[in-house]
Design a protein around this ligand. Structure first.
Ligand SMILES: NC(=O)c1ccc[n+]([C@@H]2O[C@H](COP(=O)([O-])OP(=O)(O)OC[C@H]3O[C@@H](n4cnc5c(N)ncnc54)[C@H](O)[C@@H]3O)[C@@H](O)[C@H]2O)c1
Length: 459
């Protein structure tokens, strides 16, 4: 199938690469000329494990390309996927201006198209309930000469694991307005639904036992709501773990053991129950906020959702409270943040706890040193107002610090020599915001270890 993906960000680029891997001829387009220039040289503008290799393989094979000429790519496509950003507006509602611009581009492209066969327009962006319905009406009114089938196909990939999530999804959700979508969607996703594509040798193997991926058909509105409901539930789980952590601390229990026990109950499951300094990233906070705004707008007060949001905001402040409790005033203190990305295996720092913590520390008069294996360039570019000292490696970060805060649990930090880190520091405080290190190991290395929801003293 000839496919055009509009928007080559975290979702669009991964989707374009994976669709080329399963056999489609894909063109990715973007209004960001810098991204397209990089991509045309075979370079990924984002860090995502395996993505560089997948781009290289399929660009070399000739079934994946990138273009600034969106209209021409769209005019030739049988399936057009929209994966543009949907950030929040200042009033909390979703800003749909990129979606609107994408529709206008599609409209102009279809005027030029010589082939008037049925085309599938797939909305992958996370959009408010009612958007796909509105899109279908817009096309009916604006492109009456074209046969356009709009589906809502919310994306569930996780950054850092995006290629596997795209090729081996738990389910594919399709919200459709009528039956014309079925054969087009089947053509687009059959290799994933039936798992018939070759497993890339540069990714972990296909999950054992995966033979078919469930395809869920529903109406447009339910598909759009399913995305918000999923993200709200994940946010709720993390906030729940954090709430329990805060109680654990006050009663002397260890939240890591408590959640291990809770998660083994198959009715609950082990995922998203790690206590720490809260969620971040471009999705959970944004989507939870949008759902709250939507509910309020329709006259419903979503108490539980608002509580999850408030718990997360509180969790970020806990870092400052814990530092103050150990160090007193933070003025003039040198604090090292180990990790900046909102989670490991990505360079994404959108709504990352590191940003809020760095800003709060700066407001307290502290000097903030930072280190991250891949996210420092984004931090420099997106937050030039923060006066951060960028370290070259974790040891350089620790040097002369009064405290070290674990902000992102990068697996490579496991190899760190804790005694050596402690030796080059001025103070002894290790504030483990991700409950990443074994408290005993840290104490043996000479640290005063403080976790989240863990006993602070040796029992
Ligand atoms: N990032 C995630 O983990 C994730 C997961 C699931 C769903 N989503 C949703 O997917 C959507 C995209 O998210 P993202 O993280 O990939 O965003 P992003 O900001 O990384 O990428 C969006 C891209 O779209 C481009 N763009 C904007 N307007 C355009 C236009 N008119 N024509 C062509 N390109 C245009 C931008 O330049 C950018 O490169 C959002 O709705 C998001 O909520 C994101």
């Amino acid at each position: 199938m000839r496919v055009c993906v509009i928007g080559t960000g975290y979702v669009g680029l991964v989707t374009a690469a994976c669709l080329s891997h399963i056999g489609h001829a894909v063109v990715g387009v973007d209004i960001d000329r810098r991204k397209i220039a990089l991509l045309r040289k075979g370079l990924s503008p984002i860090y995502e494990p395996g993505l560089d290799r997948m781009l290289q393989v399929h660009m070399d094979a000739g079934n994946l390309s990138f273009s600034e000429d969106a209209e021409s790519a769209i005019a030739h496509a049988e399936a057009i996927l929209i994966a543009v950003g949907t950030p929040p507006r200042t009033d909390g509602h979703v800003d749909l201006r990129h979606i609107e611009a994408a529709l206008r581009t599609i409209g102009r492209a279809l005027e030029r198209a010589s082939d008037h066969g049925a085309r599938l327009v797939v909305s992958k962006s996370t959009v408010p309930v009612g958007t796909a319905r509105w899109m279908a009406e817009w096309f009916r009114a604006s492109c009456s000469g074209s046969d356009i089938v709009v589906v809502s196909n919310p994306e569930f990939l996780r950054e850092g694991n995006a290629l596997q999530d795209c090729l081996y999804p738990d389910r594919i959700i399709i919200g459709a307005g009528d039956r014309r979508a079925a054969p087009l969607v089947q053509r687009l996703y059959r290799p994933i639904l039936e798992q018939t594509f070759p497993t890339p040798d540069y990714l972990p193997p296909r999950p054992e036992g995966l033979r078919r991926v469930p395809l869920l058909w529903m109406d447009w509105d339910s598909a759009e709501m399913a995305k918000y409901a999923s993200n709200a539930f994940l946010a709720l789980k993390i906030s729940f773990a954090n709430e329990i952590a805060n109680v654990c601390e006050r009663v002397g229990a260890d939240v890591t053991r408590v959640m291990e026990a809770v998660g083994l109950d198959h009715r609950i499951g082990p995922h998203y129950l790690r206590a720490g300094i809260g969620w971040g990233g471009s999705c959970l906070g944004k989507d939870l906020g949008a759902l709250i705004r939507l509910a309020e707008h329709r006259g419903y007060d979503p108490l539980l959702l608002r509580a999850a949001q408030a718990t997360n905001a509180h969790q970020r402040r806990i870092v400052i409270e814990k530092l103050r409790a150990s160090l007193g005033s933070l003025r003039g203190r040198r604090i090292g943040l180990l990790g900046l990305a909102f989670k490991p295996n990505t360079d994404d720092i959108r709504d990352a706890p590191s940003v809020a913590i760095a800003r709060a520390l700066q407001d307290e008069g502290a000097r903030v040193k930072v280190y991250d294996p891949v996210a420092m360039a984004n931090m420099r570019a997106e937050h030039p107002d923060l006066e951060l000292i960028y370290a070259t490696d974790p040891m350089d970060l620790a040097r002369a610090c009064d405290a070290l805060v674990i902000v992102t649990e990068w697996e490579e930090f496991r190899q760190l020599d804790l005694s050596e880190l402690r030796r080059v520091m001025r103070g002894a405080l290790l504030l483990d915001g991700r409950n990443f290190f074994d408290p005993e190991d840290a104490r043996r290395a000479g640290f005063t270890y403080v976790g989240i929801g863990r006993p602070t003293a040796v029992p």
